[in-house]
Every structure is written in structure tokens, then in C-alpha cells.
Design a protein around this ligand. Structure first.
Ligand code: HEC
Length: 91
């Protein structure tokens, strides 16, 4: 009994934080972003992205700006996709 409670507590964080999904990120990008940012991703901003925080922030900004109604997961998925395929920032 004691053991299963310990196990449950150990597993909780991994259930709460879903891993970013690169396949979803690619789909979301193709659906909503590719028309402006191309494939491979083309930076059109004045300030270059230099870390994953900044990238995720700008993904958020663009999705808000175009009123896509993305949730946190959508933003993480797309950030993960762009980072893996294009930016390659260390986590
Ligand atoms: C209608 C055209 C358009 C669409 C659609 C669009 N963007 Fe952008 N995006 C821009 C422009 C213009 C900038 C430059 C803004 C600036 O630097 O102030 C930009 C900037 C960015 C940047 C940071 C700067 C750069 O150029 O690298 C990121 C990251 C980004 N967009 C991601 C996305 C994502 C993700 C989506 C899909 C949700 C998206 N954008 C949809 C036009 C667009």
C-alpha cells in the first residue's frame, strides 16, 4: 500500500505536464503559420530569436495576434517543432 502511494506521487508530474508533440506542432504550423513564414521557416522579424524562451514567446505573440485561440499545448508543440527543425536551441 505504502509503495503504491509513493509510485503515484512519483508519476503525478509526468501526467500533469504533457510532452510537446512534434507532429501536432508541424500540423499547427502548416495550418496557421506557413503562409507567412514559409517552409523551411523563414524569419521575418527585426529581432532574431536567440533562445527557446524568446521563441515560445513569439509563437504565443503570433498566435494571439492572428486570434488562433491556441492553448498552452499548441504553443509548446509548435515551439518544439520549430526548435527541432529550424532553430535548434538547447533546452
Ligand atoms: C500574416 C502573416 C503571419 C502569420 C500568419 C504568422 N506570422 Fe509570425 N511573424 C509575422 C511577422 C510580420 C513577424 C515580425 C514581427 C516583428 O518582428 O515585430 C513575425 C514574427 C514571428 C516570430 C519571431 C521573429 C521571427 O521572424 O523569427 C516567430 C517565432 C513567429 N512569427 C512565429 C509564428 C507562428 C508560430 C505562427 C503561427 C501561429 C505565425 N508566426 C504566424 C507574420 C506572420
Amino acid at each position: 500500500m505504502k509503495y503504491s502511494i509513493v509510485l503515484l506521487i512519483a508519476l503525478l508530474p509526468s501526467l500533469a505536464l504533457a510532452q510537446p508533440n512534434i507532429v501536432d506542432g508541424k500540423l499547427l504550423y502548416e495550418e496557421s503559420c506557413i503562409k507567412c513564414h514559409s517552409d523551411p521557416y523563414l524569419s521575418i522579424g527585426l529581432n532574431e530569436m536567440s533562445n527557446p524562451i524568446e521563441l515560445s514567446y513569439m509563437v504565443n505573440v503570433c498566435s494571439e495576434h492572428f486570434q488562433l485561440n491556441w492553448n498552452q499545448q499548441d504553443i509548446e508543440d509548435t515551439t518544439h517543432y520549430l526548435n527541432t527543425e529550424f532553430f535548434r536551441f538547447d533546452k
